[in-house]
Design a protein around this ligand. Sequence first.
Ligand code: ATP
Length: 238
Amino acid sequence: PIASSTISARGLSRYFGNRVAVREINLELKHGEILGFLGPNGAGKTTTMRMLTGNLAPSAGSVEICGIDLLDRPRDAKARIGYLPEIPPLYRELTVNEYLQLAARLHRVNNAKIRFALDSVVQRCGLNDTGKRLIGSLSKGYQQRVGIAQAIIHDPDVIILDEPTVGLDPNQIREIRTLIRELGTERSVILSTHLLPEVESVCDRVQIMHKGSTVFSDSVNGLKQKGISLEEIFMQFT
Ligand code: ATP
């Protein structure tokens, strides 16, 4: 892996029985890069993200987070990753504060640093004044901010977001995309989506997934400069 890479995967594959869900995925991301995993339902995005976050064992291949092998040293590697699954792990009956404190403990944030960690994610995710509200009473857009806040509470180098704007209204989508872009200046972000505009407005690089394989990978700006339409490329595979 290149020196400054925060996450890299080599030959990552996953079979379910004799069915291939993900086939030999490679990826490498630097600090401050946002990678979009673009692909239709069933392309293998979620399976890949679960392997990248140490939530699913790969059938083959390896993952390194900040130079730490995820399979050899899962605890150390996972400390550098934040994950927002497709269905956020939210507890509707907790207040935002209670939930984020719980998330901080689960991520083993040092007791002395919890206050600071909470304050900074609340600030970062625009959750000021929501601390005492029940999560179940928040709009979907705010719930998603809380989901992102739990993913960054331990100040990880890499954030992995699975379809972070699904089910949100256009305003909420705009706000969440802005937040992701801001987060991407400070860390590496991988986000999965089936929405082309999401990749075009948020991501620096795109990796198109189809039937478990990477079928295309390039810089989003590079494509724009070359006048190549991502839509045409995407259409070839879907
Ligand atoms: P979606 O947008 O629907 O989440 P995806 O691109 O994330 O799609 P995956 O959920 O990774 O796709 O699924 C890839 C393939 O692996 C699909 O064919 C799916 O049916 C299969 N698959 C995923 N998880 C399992 C499992 N636990 N057992 C069996 N097959 C699975």
